[in-house]
Design a protein around this ligand. Structure first.
Ligand code: P1T
Length: 368
């Protein structure tokens, strides 16, 4: 294709990394459902083995890198596999400063697994402008907005502090998506995503990606992608590419619905607190009432399906303390302000009036 760097995000989502297939001219990137490739001569190959390279995966990687304004993209079999691979580049004694409100599975991987291998993790609220990054830190790891409290961090300011301390800044951009923020352009060194969420957008694939413009980091991640092998299959890459094509359109509608629902929640007397950063489709709120009322609420909605995950076209509802963040110990949850009754909504792209009527059923059930 012509110079992709000139294209806007919606065009890149549909075209980047996806020229027509050269043999047949197929407009859609085929599913190269093969584990291996014929070699014309021993050891002479363009394509060797699908753990190392697969054309469907390459198309997805190039498209995702383009969307984040990065040079290199490496896809993984889940968001956590992508996160694990970035941490795997560290060595015992390395220091990671992590945002204090991150996905429960990320917290679990860091504290229950990697801490056992001599990596040191500390958790701080990076949304505070006066946050200090100690010298000698290797990685600063953030989500912005965070999961589930939707706190936001000034990426540009934090990147400067991280670099002054000798650290790389990693941003998990799953909640915002490149439609709303492109961390590499703001100074971050690495972006990770659970592509399971908004990027694929249809709740039918689990996947992840690491994106960077730093050649040395990319070389190391690509080595580990092949050496450790947590790669996605070609069919999952195809589905994710297909989902990506509508990312910009979906995100507009998620935002439109979420703005209206957040405003509607704010007006209600039976809601204690509404957290909504103003974009994307994620809203967290605290119901006036006890945990049982919150449980009645999440069981009563129909369109808002009671399920973990987020970012699909369909609306989801969940209780982080019992579900996505159950692996964060209760005292830690309390310290960072995740009440047991916090309800997290992933607002989908259904019709707004139906979603509001559905939430009304939740409020009626909560009131008992
Ligand atoms: O589920 P997986 O594709 O492995 O991605 C893990 C992950 C990474 N980063 C963020 C910000 C996430 O929210 C997740 C997964 N989150 C959920 C399943 C959830 O319901 O919050």
């Amino acid at each position: 294709m012509s110079d992709e760097s000139d294209y806007k995000l919606g065009t890149l989502a549909i075209h980047a990394g996806q020229p027509p297939e050269p043999i047949t001219g197929a407009v859609m990137t085929p599913v190269f459902q093969t584990s291996t490739y014929a070699q014309p001569h021993p050891g002479a190959w363009d394509w060797e083995y699908s753990r190392t390279h697969n054309p469907t995966r390459t198309a997805l990687q190039e498209c995702l890198a383009a969307l984040e304004g990065g040079k290199h993209g490496m896809c993984f079999s889940s968001g956590l596999a992508a996160i694990d691979t970035v941490i795997r580049t560290l060595r015992p004694g390395a220091k990671v400063v992590c945002g204090d409100d991150v996905y429960g599975g990320t917290y679990r991987l860091f504290t229950k697994e990697w801490a056992e291998f001599g990596l040191e993790f500390s958790f701080v609220d990076t949304s505070q402008p006066d946050v200090v990054i100690p010298d000698g830190t290797d990685i600063v790891w953030i989500e912005t907005p965070t999961n589930p409290l939707l706190k936001t961090t000034d990426i540009t300011a934090l990147a400067k502090k991280a670099h002054a301390a000798g650290a790389k800044l990693v941003v998990d951009n799953t909640f915002a998506t490149p439609v709303n923020q492109q961390p590499l352009k703001l100074g971050a060194d690495i972006v990770v995503h659970s592509t399971t969420k908004y990027l694929n957008g249809h709740s039918d694939v689990v996947g992840g990606v690491v994106i960077t413009s730093d050649d040395a980091i990319a070389k190391r991640i690509a080595f580990l992608q092949n050496a450790a092998g947590a790669v996605p299959g070609p069919w999952d890459c195809f589905l994710t590419l297909r989902g990506l094509k509508t990312l910009h359109v979906r995100m507009d509608r998620h935002k439109e619905n979420a703005i209206a629902i957040a405003a509607w929640l704010e007006e209600r007397g039976d809601v204690g607190k509404v957290i909504f950063p103003g974009y994307s489709g994620m809203i967290s709120f605290v119901l006036n009432g006890d945990l049982d009322a919150a449980i009645r609420f999440v069981k009563a909605t129909k369109l808002f399906c009671l399920a973990e995950s987020l970012g699909g076209v369909e609306s989801l509802i969940e209780l982080p303390a019992i579900m996505t963040h159950a692996s964060v110990p209760p005292d830690v949850r309390e310290a960072i302000g995740i009440p047991d009754g916090l309800i997290r909504l992933s607002v989908g792209i259904e019709n707004l009036s139906d979603l509001i009527a559905d939430l009304e059923m939740g409020f009626a059930a909560a009131a008992g």
